[in-house]
Design a protein around this ligand. Structure first.
Ligand code: ADP
Length: 234
């Protein structure tokens, strides 16, 4: 479970997250939306202890997130907007193995996780491929596999569709749906909710660092337009 209590984050004295209290249950698929600059990325980074609260707190499984970043990042996997920025190795297999290696797991367990994580995103057997030879959609899926190899309870994805064409976007979304069906919680940070709403359990909308929408996707649909989020017509 991820929980924020009156979370405030400021940049140069300006609140980007302005007193947010939110609880995200295990297994829940939450779409976190809002216009550019509404605070989505800042909030998402707190879930993974990449930032520390200026006020309030963030708890992951009941423990303060920033006090134990390794436990936090094991429970909450993060996939960034530009997969290239999170790659640490030259090949697919070495990159996906990096997180489990840092947990000090033995080789058999690392290999099992790499194999299973790549299979989960339809990249089985691609261990030796060079990351720079992959398409954008494949890179996005490898980035997800890298997060999955930590066997997190939640996956936070920040604008994972940026730069993807429609088929690649659908492929990533289908894989997220499979992960959700298997019990992984998904927090999908996006300003573009076109084909995403129908898959989610819940939509949280931000404006100026505050939660102004927190509803099931059907009820949220109309209210998102009020906060300048592009909403599907169908
Ligand atoms: P979103 O993800 O919804 O676009 P962000 O969390 O990136 O929102 O940004 C929220 C606000 O914080 C914006 O006004 C943005 O300009 C500001 N901001 C974000 N990151 C920084 C930073 N590193 N330094 C200063 N201001 C920032």
């Amino acid at each position: 479970m991820i929980e924020t209590r009156n979370l405030v984050h400021r940049y140069d004295g300006e609140a980007a997250v302005d007193g947010i209290s939110l609880t995200i249950a295990d297994g829940e698929w939450v779409v976190l939306s809002g216009a550019n600059g509404s605070g989505k990325t800042t909030l998402g980074r707190h879930f993974n202890a990449l930032l520390e609260p200026d006020e309030g707190e963030v708890l992951v499984d009941g423990e303060p997130a920033a006090a134990n970043p390794v436990a936090t990042r094991t429970a909450v996997g993060m996939v960034f907007q530009t997969p290239r920025d999170q790659f640490v190795a030259a090949t697919v297999g070495a990159d996906v193995a990096f997180g489990p290696e840092n947990l000090g797991l033995d080789r058999d367990e690392i290999d099992r996780r790499v194999t299973e994580s790549l299979a989960a995103v339809n990249m089985a057997g691609r261990e030796d491929d060079r990351l720079d030879s992959l398409s954008g959609g494949e890179q996005a899926r490898v980035a997800i596999a890298g997060a999955l190899a930590m066997e997190p309870t939640h996956l936070v994805l920040d604008e994972p569709f940026a730069g993807l064409d429609w088929p690649a976007r659908q492929s990533v979304l289908d894989h997220l749906a499979d992960l959700h069906a298997d019990g992984t919680g998904i927090v999908l940070v996006t300003h573009d909710v076109r084909d995403v709403l129908s898959r989610a359990d819940r939509v949280v909308g931000l404006r100026d660092g505050s939660v102004v929408v927190d509803a099931d996707p059907e009820s949220a649909r109309e209210r998102l337009a009020d906060i300048d989020v592009r909403v599907p017509e169908c």
